[in-house]
Design a protein. Structure first.
Length: 292
């Protein structure tokens, strides 16, 4: 694992440092017991370096961590240890997908670009099920469909409550026109988008056909209130998911997102009109189908 400060290593480091303080253990003592330098251990606690698996276990023993915090530390370590080149399909409900869900739950801001599908946080159950069926070759058969839907629906709760997620979605117009799950599912989906766009913490912009080529898609940028947690990028495609946490690369994604939002996409007001018009087209298809 490169020696760069990342969100996932920072999250683990903060937990370990709190355990150290709660146990009243001196940094020098712990470094000596772990056969590490104080400088190295300090970097592990500030999110720059990552302890090895055996060292993590010894650290938890030394600070007498309880079962709950041992479990959390293990989860955080597994998140931080993931190789950024690893490819896994999100429909498999694997470690990468769980890692992303945890990061999303901690985030204060989300920016997402989707060229093909409606973003997961905005999907209705019928839409989610249709995508799952399409990805059947990648789906873990041990994970029932209702669990997939429940996971997506629970994520949407972040858009509500006392401290809702500030979310900004850029959605290609092709995703609004693609009849995922059929006309009825898409009509319900577009009505849901209109309702989401009415939330004060949600911004939805449509990228039109005339925008031509744009730099990024299948991209999520997560930001955190805590200044110790740097922004992180998650790339999701039909072939899998991977993290980008290098500051230079994250900044490229951030600037690309802003360019699309400011220069290529329709305004939120124009986008809402487009979504409404597309919903009416699916409604007309349903009415024609119902005619004798």
């Amino acid at each position: 694992m490169p020696s760069d400060k990342t969100y996932r290593k920072s999250k683990l480091g903060r937990l370990l440092d709190q355990l150290r303080k709660d146990a009243g253990k001196d940094l020098g003592y712990l470094a000596s017991e772990l056969r590490k330098t104080e400088a190295h251990l300090s970097k592990c606690l500030n999110g720059t370096n990552l302890l090895g698996w055996a060292d993590l276990g010894l650290f938890l023993d030394l600070v007498e961590a309880d079962e709950d915090r041992r479990r959390k530390a293990t989860e955080y370590w597994e998140d931080a240890k993931q190789d950024s080149t690893r490819v896994q399909h999100p429909a498999a409900y694997n470690q990468a997908a769980r890692s992303y869900a945890r990061a999303e739950a901690d985030a204060s801001q989300l920016k997402q670009v989707e060229a093909v599908w409606i973003p997961g946080m905005l999907q209705v159950p019928e839409y989610t099920l249709a995508l799952r069926e399409a990805a059947h070759r990648f789906v873990n058969p041990k994970v029932p469909a209702n669990r997939t839907v429940a996971a997506r629906q629970s994520r949407q709760m972040r858009l509500h409550g006392d401290a809702p997620l500030q979310a900004h979605f850029l959605i290609d117009i092709a995703a609004l026109r693609r009849a995922v799950g059929g006309p009825a599912a898409m009509y319900a989906q577009l009505l849901h988008l209109m309702a989401a766009a009415a939330l004060p913490n949600v911004t939805i912009q449509v990228i039109g056909e005339d925008a031509g080529a744009y730099a990024i898609d299948g991209v999520t940028i997560l930001s955190f209130d805590d200044e110790d947690f740097p922004d992180v990028v998650y790339l999701e495609t039909r072939g899998g998911g991977r993290w980008v946490e290098n500051d230079v690369d994250v900044d490229k994604f951030r600037k690309s997102f802003n360019e699309i939002a400011e220069e290529l996409a329709f305004t939120p007001e124009e986008s809402l009109k487009i979504i409404r018009e597309q919903a009416e087209l699916f409604k007309e298809r349903l009415q024609r189908h119902d005619e004798p």
